[in-house]
Design a protein around this ligand. Structure first.
Ligand SMILES: C[S@@+](CC[C@H](N)C(=O)[O-])C[C@H]1O[C@@H](n2cnc3c(N)ncnc32)[C@H](O)[C@@H]1O
Length: 312
């Protein structure tokens, strides 16, 4: 059975322009019911529509902004920012130290940034250094608009762009994301990594939920405790169920000119924690300097040829 997240169904945009397309509520509830997810169908049935049965885009935007605000609190609690710089700082050190790498300034692009928590956190802490420009990109105009508003209110030195990340005029040095990979299924996941490999980027580092057996239970407990809206609770659990396996991620990330690596593979992670961990892709010459910059933590980095146990 296909697992659908409600938020993926109630906002539909043109993949290149990011232009919003109308969504008929009855189409979404039918799809969810046919898929056996009556609870999700009931949540969608509560959303307001116009006379033609099309979901009210403003109501949907308000709902998604409030769900993502709750998600941001979860990111704060799970100290996602700290987890990210633990890997990103050594990655930028490796890029800086490599003779063949382009000289700064560098650009970090957060793919599918939502409310831009990660980019705003990096801007507020200055954790990556002044030579790293921070950019968040999202196809969802309402979320990225709110990210921009929050960054201005906080007086932060970062930018937010509405659109498809792969249509940006400026190249990224490093692509990052949080909680985005499981939205790409099958060939779309491979295409996602190949597009980055074909760009001038030096590396990517995408964090998503580790696919442990207990991840859906952990997600249920966490989202139940911390999220009020049933949509957020529903999608939180479904995203843990949809998490890609380590093998799938390493296979998809093995794009031409990229050395795929997984940080904290399943065997080394605590199965009782629902945790985000990254699949990393670097240009091959960056692997050795990255391991050096990571120090002892480099033990937790494995490639497709190494068993997960190697990282214990
Ligand atoms: C689940 S949200 C993740 C939000 C955010 N990263 C967080 O952790 O809260 C996934 C986002 O990815 C965006 N997205 C998917 N493909 C994209 C692309 N090619 N370019 C820009 N944004 C994209 C969607 O619009 C959606 O808002």
């Amino acid at each position: 059975m296909h697992q659908y997240e409600i938020s993926d169904l109630i906002t539909v945009v043109e993949p290149h322009s990011g232009r919003r397309l109308p969504v008929r509520r009855a189409d979404v509830t039918r799809l969810l019911r046919e898929n056996g997810d009556r609870r999700a169908a009931r949540i969608v049935a509560e959303l307001p529509v116009d006379r033609d049965g099309v979901l009210d885009p403003h109501a949907v935007d308000r709902l998604l902004i409030s769900v993502h605000t709750e998600l941001q609190r979860l990111s704060e609690e799970l100290r996602i920012g700290e987890r990210l710089i633990h890997v990103l700082r050594p990655l930028f050190s490796a890029i800086r130290s490599t003779a063949g790498a382009p000289s700064g300034p560098y650009r970090l692009v957060d793919v599918g940034c939502g409310l831009g928590y990660l980019v705003r956190w990096l801007a507020a802490t200055g954790a990556l250094g002044a030579d790293v420009e921070l950019v968040g990109v999202d196809l969802d105009a309402a979320l990225v608009g709110e990210a921009d508003r929050l960054a201005r209110a906080e007086g932060l030195d970062c930018r937010f762009v509405h659109g498809n990340v792969f249509d940006l005029p400026e190249a990224a040095t490093v692509y990052v994301s949080t909680g985005v990979l499981h939205h790409f299924r099958g060939a779309a996941l491979t295409d996602f990594f190949h597009a980055q490999a074909a760009s001038p980027a030096q590396a990517f580092c995408h964090f998503d939920i580790a696919a442990t057996r207990l991840a859906p239970i952990g997600a249920w407990v966490f989202h139940r405790a911390r999220m009020r809206h049933p949509l957020g609770r529903h999608d939180g659990v479904v995203s843990a169920r949809r998490a890609h396996s380590d093998e799938t991620l390493l296979r998809a990330a093995a794009a031409p000119g990229i050395r795929p690596l997984l940080y904290e593979p399943r065997g080394s992670a605590n199965p009782f924690c629902t945790t985000l961990r990254p699949v990393i892709g670097v240009r091959p010459h960056l692997e050795a300097p990255l391991r050096l910059a990571l120090g002892r933590a480099a033990r937790r980095l494995v490639g497709p040829e190494q068993p997960a146990e190697a990282a214990r």
